[in-house]
Design a protein around this ligand. Structure first.
Ligand code: SAM
Length: 230
């Protein structure tokens, strides 16, 4: 796979350490809050429904979607990320190396197509979205999780991380930018969450802080969940 054409960052470099983020206290808390947001946009019944995950990485979310009840196909340009996913032996999930710009599936093959923190890293965001739409049955859903460009934590990482980190290469969206990007293609709903305090000792309080920040319309959480209804 030619990474320079498909992706803004070569995730092969991170494949061995990628899941450490989810294992740490901060990463695990973000993960918990992000899953809450994404579940709100999933259909109540997933059994018998096919879900494609574009940019599945190490299969972290693919496993979650499978456990929710979907038949899951995960794909990624990074061979080493896909190898890490395969090593997890997640039952009933297929993984393949492929590029979101040119999905190897017929039109309308899936009930739902998801990309979790992936659009930020693809070379051409609109081309990938159009491919996801093409492969999704109508009516159907596109489900997105995106790093929020308004979040202080994300902006700091983008400024301070080494140019070799994925953050430096990422295209971050604000909630309004994401909404405007998606609206020409269907009905859009967006939620901003992932309000995890910067101080480590406050991390356990995030499940209290997050819903309150959301009730008051906070726009600066680290994560934007979006559904595009086709
Ligand atoms: C930040 S990681 C997210 C991985 C996974 N979704 C997660 O949340 O744990 C972004 C992933 O997108 C993949 N990616 C980047 N460009 C891609 C493309 N054009 N097609 C498919 N996957 C791509 C990368 O290789 C990487 O695994």
């Amino acid at each position: 796979m030619n990474e320079s054409k498909a992706s803004r960052f070569d995730f092969d470099l991170l494949a061995d350490s990628y899941d450490n983020w989810y294992a740490g206290r901060r990463g695990a808390m973000y993960d918990r809050l992000e899953k809450k947001l994404i579940v709100d946009f999933l259909p109540a019944k997933a059994e018998g429904k096919k879900l494609l995950e574009v940019g599945c990485g190490t299969g972290h979310w693919s496993r979650f979607f499978r456990e929710y009840g979907f038949e899951v196909t995960g794909l990624d340009t990074s061979e080493r990320m896909i190898n890490a996913a395969l090593q997890k032996n997640i039952v009933n999930v297929s993984f393949l190396i492929a590029d979101g710009h040119l999905l190897p599936f017929a039109n309308d093959s899936f009930d739902l197509t998801a990309a979790i923190t992936t659009l930020e890293f693809v070379r051409d965001t609109e081309a990938v979205l159009r491919e996801m739409i093409r492969c999704t049955r109508k009516p159907g859903r596109i489900l997105l999780g995106v790093l929020n460009g308004l979040s202080k934590a994300n902006r700091q990482r983008q400024r301070q991380d080494s140019p070799k980190s994925p953050y430096a290469a990422a295209r971050l969206f604000s909630p309004v930018e994401l909404k405007e990007f998606l609206e020409p293609f269907g009905q859009v709903e967006i939620t901003v969450g992932g309000f995890v305090p910067a101080q480590s000792w406050l991390i356990p309080f995030a499940p209290l802080v997050d819903p309150i920040a959301r009730i008051f319309g906070g726009q600066k959480g680290a994560f934007i969940a979006a559904v595009l209804k086709l």
